[in-house]
Design a protein around this ligand. Structure first.
Ligand code: SF4
Length: 254
C-alpha cells in the first residue's frame, strides 16, 4: 500500500456524512470498526510511508487557516489547557452530528475559533502564539492514520494531509524520527476515535433514556433558520463523558 493523502485532515474536519447513514448505531459501529482497524494497521508500513514522504514543515502556516483545514477539533485534554489560556477562543465544533425531535443539537466536542480572515485565533505573523500548549492535532499534523473516502468515494487509510500543497518532501528522516511520528500519530488517532465512540455511546444512551431520536428534517430546518439569523440554537456539546449545554444566540443579535 502506498501513501494516501487527504485533502483535509479528518481530525480537523469530521467526515462528510452520508445523511442516509447518519444514525447513531451506524456511526458508532463505524467508529469501533475503524479503531479496531487502526490497531491492526502494520507499524512498519506506517513508518515506511513517513520515511518515503520525507515531509518537512516550511512554516507557511497554511495549515492554521480555515481555508486549508476548516477547524481545530479539541480533545478533552486540549480543552482543559485551552480553557485556561482563553475560554473565549473556543466554541462548539461545527457540523453538529444530531438533532432531536425538539430541535436540540448534539455535537462531539469543541473547536478553536477563527479570525474573520479564517486564520486560527492563535496565529500571529505566521507563528503559533501558544506553540508549547498547542492542541494535539496541531502536534501531529500533517500526519494521520484514519479511513476516509477519496473524491471517487473509495474509503481507504490516509496518512498525510494536503500532499504537495504545503511543506517540502523527500527529505532524509532518521528512523527514530519516523518511529516517533508514527507513535504520536497513532496515539492521537486512537484518542480521537475513543472520544468519538464515547460521544456516540453517550448520545445513544441519552436518546434511549429520554425517548428522543435524530430527525434530519428538523436538523435541516433549524440550521437553515439559524444561518438566516431567525433563531438561536441549543447545542449539547460532548465533553468529559457528559454533555454541556450551550446556547447560541441568533446571528442578528451578535
Ligand atoms: S493552535 Fe497554533 S498550531 Fe494550532 S492551528 Fe492555531 S496557530 Fe496553528
Amino acid at each position: 500500500m502506498g501513501l494516501k493523502q487527504s485533502r483535509l485532515a479528518n481530525s480537523f474536519i469530521k467526515k462528510v456524512i452520508n445523511v442516509k447513514k447518519n444514525n447513531i448505531e451506524t456511526r458508532l459501529a463505524d467508529a469501533r470498526e475503524e479503531l479496531a482497524g487502526l490497531k491492526k494497521f502494520p507499524d512498519p508500513e506506517f513508518v515506511g510511508i513517513i520515511r518515503e514522504l520525507g515531509f518537512r514543515c516550511e512554516l507557511c502556516a497554511r495549515c492554521c487557516t480555515k481555508d486549508f483545514n476548516d477547524h481545530v477539533f479539541l480533545l478533552d485534554a486540549d480543552l482543559a489547557v485551552l480553557r485556561e489560556i482563553n475560554p473565549d477562543f473556543i466554541s462548539p465544533a461545527p457540523y453538529y452530528e444530531f438533532c432531536d425531535q425538539k430541535g436540540r443539537f448534539y455535537v462531539s466536542g469543541y473547536a478553536l475559533k477563527t479570525n474573520p480572515d479564517g486564520s486560527c485565533v492563535f496565529l500571529k505573523n505566521k507563528r503559533c502564539k501558544i506553540y508549547e500548549n498547542r492542541p494535539s492535532i496541531c502536534r501531529v499534523y500533517p500526519y494521520m492514520l484514519h479511513q476516509e473516502a477519496d473524491d471517487s468515494g473509495k474509503v481507504d487509510w490516509r496518512q498525510i494531509s494536503g500532499l504537495n500543497e504545503h511543506g517540502c518532501y523527500n527529505s532524509e528522516l532518521e528512523d527514530s524520527e519516523c518511529e516517533a511520528i508514527a507513535r504520536e500519530t497513532r496515539v492521537y488517532e486512537e484518542a480521537y476515535l475513543t472520544h468519538m465512540i464515547g460521544f456516540f455511546e453517550t448520545v445513544e444512551a441519552h436518546f434511549r433514556k429520554n425517548h428522543l431520536k435524530h430527525v434530519q428534517s428538523i436538523y435541516d430546518r433549524k440550521m437553515r433558520e439559524f444561518l438566516k439569523g431567525e433563531c438561536g440554537l441549543e447545542v449539547f456539546v460532548y465533553c468529559k463523558g457528559k454533555f454541556e449545554k450551550q446556547k447560541l444566540r441568533p446571528k442578528s443579535e451578535i
